[in-house]
Design a protein around this ligand. Structure first.
Ligand code: 6PG
Length: 266
């Protein structure tokens, strides 16, 4: 690892020279959280994003994790999903299924994808309903500071504009306080129709990891992580501030190249 540092607010920033190293560390981190959560609650509720994240968690289906992780206790959710059929090339479910879920023995009934036969609005409503049922049975824990679900782990990617999940800069849903899952029909990143967890849900998680690679994300990473003052473009990624949970940024050197830290280029 090139650099790992903790910020005053408890956030951790990890920067890697090689993607392979980042992927191994990420797999270590996820398997440790899974073990701790299974020990404490008997289950592990994890929410995935789309994009490059899925290939960056690939080490999880290799040894030793493929054998040591208790896959039967995993429950899978999506932080955001594109409103397309599950077999569509744009589907985050398909991406995760082809690139991860089909390679590990997760119980099919523990995989909670969206209803792909309805409108974005209805899909968001249905997904929130599913999550509410699972909060009731404590498959998903509940936050003791908000009434929000408390996922054991939320994995996020970030776009070059600083978006996370399907929460885009300056979009009114960044202010959503009541819904757990909402929808957009005007996403600047195609496809336009998506459902997404809201910030209160993301910030109620026990653990959040933002995994970012590539130089196109360097400026957005700087704006989200560094103390840049108020007069800067809106950054949804900067609004990821778990109330009680732990936040870790996993960056490669290119994505970290504009961070204000002296040791980052070591
Ligand atoms: O469905 C989506 O589009 C994603 O969930 C989205 O939030 C993604 O995580 C970022 O856009 C980063 O994607 P990349 O890592 O591929 O740049």
């Amino acid at each position: 690892m090139a650099f790992s540092g903790a910020k005053e607010d408890g956030r951790e920033v990890k920067i890697y020279e090689y993607l392979d190293e980042l992927s191994t560390d990420l797999a270590d981190y996820i398997s440790e959280l899974s073990e701790a959560s299974v020990k404490e609650r008997g289950v592990f509720a994890i929410a995935l994003s789309g994009g490059s994240l899925i290939s960056l968690i690939r080490k999880l289906y290799e040894a030793p994790y493929s054998k040591t992780v208790d896959w039967s206790k995993w429950y899978i959710f999506w932080v955001d999903e594109r409103v397309v059929a599950k077999n569509h090339v744009d589907s985050n479910y398909k991406l995760a299924k082809d690139g991860f879920l089909s390679k590990v023995p997760i119980v099919p009934s523990h995989v909670h994808s969206i209803n792909d036969t309805v409108s974005a609005e209805k899909a968001a409503e249905d997904y929130e309903f599913v999550i509410r049922q699972l909060v009731r049975t404590r498959v998903i824990s509940v936050s003791d500071v908000s009434d929000c679900p408390k996922f054991d782990l939320i994995l996020l990617g970030m776009g070059p504009d600083g978006h996370i999940a399907s929460l885009f800069p300056d979009h009114p849903i960044l202010d959503e306080k009541d819904e757990w899952v909402t929808f957009v029909t005007d996403s600047p990143k195609p496809p336009p129709e998506r459902i997404t967890f809201t910030l209160p849900v993301i910030n109620s998680a026990s653990n959040v990891a933002v995994v970012v690679t590539g130089s196109s994300k360097a400026e957005a990473a700087h704006l989200a992580i560094d103390d840049v003052g108020p007069d800067v473009p809106s950054s949804p990624a900067k609004m990821v501030q778990p109330t009680k949970g732990k936040l870790i940024w996993y960056l490669d050197k290119a994505a970290a190249s504009k961070l204000d830290c002296t040791k980052c280029s070591e």
